[in-house]
Design a protein around this ligand. Structure first.
Ligand SMILES: [Zn+2]
Length: 263
């Protein structure tokens, strides 16, 4: 963890320091070594929050965009007594979870259910194949009347399948901690996949990095995406280029649906 409580204040780890966990109240020991980023650890092996993941430089870079008071916010479900530490909770009530390591569908759903009003920011630079897949898949995006908003017909060709069923916006950061000199590189931007819309479409927003952060700071993100009615307003402009259809992964053989082998 980045912060422990010392005399009630959120303090970062320094060699030899001791503090208290803001969530469970147990003692935390400062870990300041060569290999891992400076952090606080519970005395035992485990963090009191089973959802906690060891932090990387990428986590810290993201957290530092937000006020200290919003970072590592302990949250309690009054009914069940369940406790978790949100990476960031804005004063507008939005929880931001930064996800570097893989996450299984069960835990993803549990976290979405617990935090409710949340977004994910996913490290898209961890796996080598994620960015090339996105580059290829984005050729098929269809523009809408809203600048920066696209319809994505084949989200599985752009993003890891584990995120497609998410019930909250998932923002992919393909730059990670790399410094990229070319100012025109698309990895400077962020790509937000919205939960499947009631119309059955998936929408993708391309958002400049600074504008996402500013909008989270001032409470203007997540935007409410069109309800069923207003999809008509977003109405798809003429598809750019030819409209691609994809072969179904299933075929009918003697009255039974079978999955094609090559897909
Ligand atoms: Zn704790």
């Amino acid at each position: 963890m980045k912060f422990a409580l010392i005399n009630g204040s959120k303090i970062e780890a320094t060699k030899g320091a001791k503090g208290v966990c803001p969530s469970c109240g147990s003692e935390l020991i400062a870990k300041c070594g060569e290999f891992k980023i400076n952090h606080w650890a519970h005395k035992g092996v485990h963090n009191c929050d089973p959802w906690w993941e060891n932090e990387t430089e990428w986590h810290r870079l993201w957290k530092n965009n937000f006020p200290v008071a919003w970072q590592e916010t302990p949250l309690l479900d009054q009914l069940t007594g369940e406790k978790h530490i949100a990476d960031v909770k804005t004063e507008h009530g939005v929880v931001i979870e930064f996800q570097h390591s893989p996450i299984n569908a069960q835990e993803r759903m549990a976290r979405e259910k617990f935090y409710m009003n949340m977004i994910w920011i996913v490290d898209g630079a961890r796996l080598k194949k994620d960015y090339p897949r996105f580059c290829k898949g984005r050729n098929d995006l269809r523009a809408t009347q809203k600048k920066g908003l696209f319809i994505i017909d084949f989200p599985d060709e752009c993003f890891p399948s584990s995120w497609l069923a998410s019930s909250v916006p998932v923002i992919f950061d393909f730059r990670g901690v790399a410094s990229i000199d070319d100012p025109g590189d698309i990895r400077h931007g962020l790509y937000c996949l919205f939960p499947r819309h009631s119309s059955g479409h998936f929408f993708l927003a391309a958002i400049p990095r600074t504008s996402l952060i500013v909008n989270l700071l001032n409470g203007n993100f997540p935007i409410k995406l069109a309800s069923t009615d207003s999809v008509k307003q977003i109405e798809v402009m003429k598809p750019s280029g030819s409209f691609r259809r994809r072969e179904s992964p299933y075929y009918l053989e003697r009255g039974r649906w079978k999955r094609r082998r090559h897909l």
